[in-house]
Design a binder for this molecule. Structure first.
Ligand SMILES: [Zn+2]
Length: 278
């Protein structure tokens, strides 16, 4: 069985501050990377124990080169580096049997979730798929749906799980921490979090092997509505293919090809960084 893992950083147990997630911040970032590496390795080890034979990692955080490749468990392949056309979903295709979302976090628009954002927090203030508020997991589920691959494991805080469940009803959920605010949480001990992820990944693969994990259910045509911080940003967003202005600060991307919707969404992210003043 082939497993594709997209991992972010803010949902990892022990991480509560941007400094722990920001390349260049020195000691705090080094700690964040070590915590992340252990959780990713736990997911790999659990997947292998549950029957996975091939694992591909897609680094989905910031500059997307947050792991020490030498320390990756299970001889997993590692997609890393910036400016990937499919961003958090780079490398997924229909040949995979399962998707894991590791270290994911809640949306910018939802209840307090540690370091919550929906792609770019300086630009996007909310996102809806078919009218329902979503985070990164829900937007990324469009691509999972396109390729017909089930989301089998999700790890992060409990807000993440509430937001992801509609798209991954059969996924094994591992709660790594309870968010208190966007900048505080009650964290599991990292060793406990990793043990839970390892066990959850193994269970997830067994469930996939039994055919017990459905692919995301999203009705077609799908509409991805995006709320922007300013009207300027919404205007720039319309320069992406298929992005249509629906109000001063809202843009809709709609269609039956969910991969095209996601591609346009990635384009929106890249070009609106200019209007975001980055
Ligand atoms: Zn993120």
């Amino acid at each position: 069985m082939k497993v594709w893992i997209s991992f972010d950083m803010e949902g990892v147990a022990g991480i509560v501050d941007w400094e722990q997630c920001r390349p260049g911040s020195g000691v705090p970032y080094a700690l964040g990377c070590a915590l992340l590496q252990d959780e990713v390795n736990a997911a790999i080890e659990g997947a292998l124990a549950g029957g996975a034979t091939e694992i591909v990692l897609n680094d989905s955080h910031s500059t997307m080169a947050n792991l020490d490749p030498r320390k990756i468990a299970g001889n997993a392949q590692y997609i890393s580096g910036r400016h990937k056309p499919m961003y958090m979903m780079q490398g997924l295709d229909a040949s995979f049997d399962a998707i894991f979302f590791v270290g994911y976090h809640g949306s910018i628009s939802g209840p307090p979730s540690t370091l919550s954002h929906t792609y770019n927090p300086e630009v996007i203030s909310g996102a809806r798929v078919n009218g329902q508020y979503v985070g990164e997991s829900g937007i990324n589920a469009l691509v999972a749906h396109h390729f017909g691959v089930p989301i089998a494991l999700v790890t992060g805080d409990s807000v993440l799980h509430e937001e992801t469940r509609p798209f991954a009803p059969d996924a094994v959920e591992v709660v790594t921490k309870e968010s208190i605010t966007r900048f505080s949480a009650k964290n599991l001990h990292p060793a406990v979090s990793c043990a839970a992820i390892r066990a959850g990944a193994e269970l997830a693969m067994r469930r996939v092997g039994e055919g017990a994990v459905a692919t995301p259910q999203i009705s077609s045509p799908a509409a991805l509505d995006l709320d922007f911080q300013t009207a300027d940003m919404a205007e720039v967003a319309t320069w992406a293919r298929g992005a249509v202005r629906t109000s001063d600060r809202e843009v809709r991307i709609e269609g039956e090809n969910f991969l095209n919707i996601f591609e346009s969404f990635v384009a929106v992210n890249y070009i609106t960084r200019q209007a975001g003043g980055r």
